[in-house]
Design a protein around this ligand. Structure first.
Ligand SMILES: Nc1nc2c(c(=O)[nH]1)N[C@H]1C(S)=C(S)[C@@H](COP(=O)(O)O)O[C@H]1N2
Ligand SMILES: [Mo]
Length: 425
């Protein structure tokens, strides 16, 4: 821990000692310690929960968040797409902590709306270059050995609106096309082995059962390596939005390949060059050529607090900065943060499990002097790769791109603690 951190902690404790309410109310410490007596302690009429019995068990057979948390929701950007059935909404990253995305807050990206599948008539077909074509029911899939793994899913278009400059005001909108959950599923390798993959096979095609019949070509090596045919997320059945009852998990690779409502895997000897890997999810360079098959998601990070939707509300003093980082190529051993636009960098404190191809949480506690700040974070992944600036990305990729924008994000914080999406050069 750095010196400034020790100092901050001491000052926080001194501040809190002035009023007991400060200790209990955390960020409201500065205001409440001045008020004596404190009605939040002395006036029980404001606290009906102390005067009546609460609901019994089973009032909510499936539990929901407190009504006071009703602002913690997925949000869309209405002008972004013409119709909600082929659209996207965004994970409220600024309201979350730790590394796991709650199931009800995982961003959604559909090309033909949410398919409402009946698990009884669910089937997964394996065909193409296999010894024995197979059809599995959901119950059949449940009889294979399962694995539990935590992975992030990031849409390749995450931060795509920011290619030509700062645009959307909030990390929910600039970085919220990502979620990170624990999947339970069967290794795709075991299912392919059951059908028997022929020796000239080199690719698989994954196909969804939704109205969009989403298809993507995936190299056989990846399919045999770490892909999962998943039916649970965070311990419970996949949500319909996430592909109930079965989705493909393609760790570290762009979200588009993670076919939801998975109904068929065809084995072949070359890629299919379908829509989602030609006209979409390729990166048009400045010279008119397009990068294709850019599957792995490069290391990226974002400060989630403070950020435009999460301003500093407490005035000068001890401040917790936090954010998330991830890499499709490994883990994140280190994140650097700056609060002065890159003049000085500090190594952030990582907290929580560190898994390959999963989200990581970082913190940087500092003493805010009440002046303007320029906040940035920079992820290092376990391969040694360092997250680039947006200018570095544009230099090699031009300005036509939408996908794979993993450039460093800047938030400008003013004296009022309000944050804004900006770029510095
Ligand atoms: N069947 C099907 N699978 C799909 C899609 C789809 O529209 N249909 N969208 C893809 C895209 S572009 C992304 S980014 C992810 C989004 O997954 P999510 O909705 O769980 O966030 O699913 C992918 N799998
Ligand atoms: Mo996507």
């Amino acid at each position: 821990m750095s010196q400034s951190n020790d100092h901050s902690r001491r000052r926080f404790l001194q501040g809190a000692a002035l009023g007991t309410a400060g200790l209990m109310a955390g960020r409201a410490a500065a205001q409440t310690s001045a008020q004596t007596p404190d009605p939040a302690i002395t006036d029980l009429s404001q606290q009906p929960w102390t005067q009546y019995l609460g609901d019994g068990v089973d009032a909510r057979p499936y539990g929901m968040p407190s009504p006071y948390e009703s602002h913690v929701i997925r949000r869309d950007v209405p002008w972004l797409t013409a119709d909600a059935v082929s659209s996207v909404n965004f994970t409220p990253l600024h309201e979350l902590d730790g590394i796991i995305t709650p199931n009800g807050l995982c961003f959604e990206r559909h090309h033909g709306g949410v398919a409402e599948l009946d698990p009884g008539s669910y089937r997964l077909m394996i065909n193409g270059l296999v010894d024995t074509p197979k059809v599995f029911t959901l119950q059949d899939l449940m009889r294979f050995p399962r694995e539990n793994r935590i992975y992030f899913l990031e849409c390749a278009a995450n931060s795509g609106m920011e290619w030509r400059g700062a645009q959307l005001n909030g990390c929910q909108f600039t970085h919220g096309m990502i979620h990170n959950v624990m999947y339970t599923g069967v290794p795709l390798r075991l299912i392919l082995e059951e059908a028997g993959v022929k020796t000239d096979a080199a690719w698989v095609l994954a196909e969804g059962a939704d109205a969009a019949a989403m298809t993507r070509s995936i190299p056989l090596d990846k399919a045999l390596d770490d892909c999962l045919v998943a039916f649970k997320m965070n311990g419970e059945a996949l949500r319909p939005e996430q592909g109930y009852p079965v989705r493909l998990v393609v760790p570290g690779w762009e979200g588009n390949m993670w076919v939801k409502w998975l109904r068929r895997i065809e084995v072949g000897d070359k890629p299919w060059y379908h829509r989602e890997e030609t006209s979409k999810y390729t990166d048009l360079l400045a010279n008119g050529k397009a990068r294709e098959f850019t599957w792995a998601m490069d290391a990226k990070s974002v400060i989630t607090n403070p950020s435009p939707q999460a301003p500093i509300l407490h005035g000068p003093g001890p401040t917790v900065l936090t954010g998330v980082a991830w890499s499709g190529r490994g883990s994140i051993p280190r994140v650097d943060v700056t609060i002065d636009g890159g003049i000085t960098w500090h190594q952030a404190r990582m907290s929580g499990p560190s898994h390959d191809k999963s989200m990581h949480r970082f913190y940087y506690e500092f003493d805010w002097d009440g002046g303007p700040l320029l906040l940035q974070s920079r992820a290092h992944d376990s391969t040694g790769y360092v997250q680039p600036t947006k200018d570095m990305l544009r230099e090699v990729r031009g300005e036509n791109s939408i996908y794979h924008n993993n450039g460093i994000q800047t938030w400008a914080v003013n004296e009022k603690g309000e944050a804004e999406n900006v770029e510095i050069t």
